[in-house]
Design a protein around this ligand. Sequence first.
Ligand SMILES: Cc1cc2nc3c(=O)[nH]c(=O)nc-3n(C[C@H](O)[C@H](O)[C@H](O)COP(=O)(O)OP(=O)(O)OC[C@H]3O[C@@H](n4cnc5c(N)ncnc54)[C@H](O)[C@@H]3O)c2cc1C
Length: 416
Amino acid sequence: MLTSDIEASWVIVGAGWAGMAAARRLSQLIPNDETIVVVDATRLAEGPAGRNSGFLIDLPHDLNSETYAGNNANDLMQIKMNRHAIDFAESAAIEYGMPKSVFSRSGKITGASTNQGIKHISSYSKHLNEIGESFVLKDAAEMQQITGSSFYIAGLETSGGAMVQPAAFIRAFGKGLRNRIKIFENTPVLEMKTGSPHILKTPKGSIKAKHLILATNGHIQSFGFFPKQLLHVFTFASMTRALSPTELISLGGRPDWGILPADPMGTTVRKISNYSGSGDRLIIRNLATLNQSLEATTADMRRAKSMQDQSFSDRFPMLKDVEMEYRWGGRLCLSLNAMPAFGELDKNVWSACCQNGLGTVKGTLSGMAAAELAVLGHTDLMDNIQLPSTLPPEPFLSIGANMTMRWKQWRAGKEL
Ligand SMILES: Cc1cc2nc3c(=O)[nH]c(=O)nc-3n(C[C@H](O)[C@H](O)[C@H](O)COP(=O)(O)OP(=O)(O)OC[C@H]3O[C@@H](n4cnc5c(N)ncnc54)[C@H](O)[C@@H]3O)c2cc1C
């Protein structure tokens, strides 16, 4: 925690995927005598950066679409950029000595459990064919060999993405950076005066810095930027207790796997094997709610609990006595036109915020790009971007968006 008044050449606010990438890229671009400080409101990885399902996806992943796909030209450019970001994350994983259980270039599998899901997979595979991306289709037996569950009737595997243990990744990233960079945790920036220098007030200290990068995702609105342009969406997860050896045998399947839903509003499932002695566990993620107050409600948490218990028992009837040990929610930032809150906002102030869902990859990319823009004056990583579009007024926005998401979740049916 920061407990004094300090000065730095550069300050980065937010130590998630964007903040970490900005810090690493900055350290590659600026001379050693320029100091870099990173501050975060919480401990490293306590926020969304460490709470996610850990899929680093290289392929189109438009959450607003029916099948994740967009238009061909845009998707090709996105794939190139996403792979660039995944390579950057991988280079950090190698340099900071992360084991395969923390970062693995394992690709991804999308699973379907209904005829509607199979249709999604077939139109997604058609799109992949059109843009020249290879994939392998899986039948029900192959899906059962992977997951142990007979729930999935088809799947599609691609090889370009990566899977991480997100909290371990962010903590190891922080540790790796600490040789060059000072990181202050539990240090929320409460007030900010931009100028020369910028002055940031925190509960027990302050920072004066010439250059400022904001990597606070949707919280950038707390500093008055992008008002009425950002959607604050929560999604939720539950993790089982450690499975016993007998339960593991009755489950079967591979030790580690992850399945994304064929329907973007369906359920993501991960199985992790005994990371750092924590045991073999299953993790279920689903439900999306819009909470413009930046806080999820108790009713949302209750709904997530009942949906996730149902999704778990649908998939793993052989584990009916296994209860959930942890449940949590976390924030995403989206915009109506899927554009990031990115760029130079003021003199010597840059933003790397609003990742539109795929924050592990887009956050890494926007952090790298913000550092490049700040130091070099240009970046090739963020071509063709526009400002996030203006949202409809309340209460129409929240009512409309939550009704649409509920309808899409209902339509996802058994894919949930
Ligand atoms: C359950 C769940 C599953 C998900 N699964 C995936 C997935 O599989 N793949 C994927 O790509 N994405 C996934 N996401 C989304 C992903 O986690 C986010 O998009 C990503 O974390 C965004 O990265 P970021 O660095 O931009 O922001 P964040 O990770 O939100 O980091 C921003 C940081 O800024 C800090 N901050 C904010 N305000 C202040 C302040 N005033 N002072 C100091 N610090 C401040 C916060 O504490 C936070 O640590 C998931 C999210 C959830 C919740």
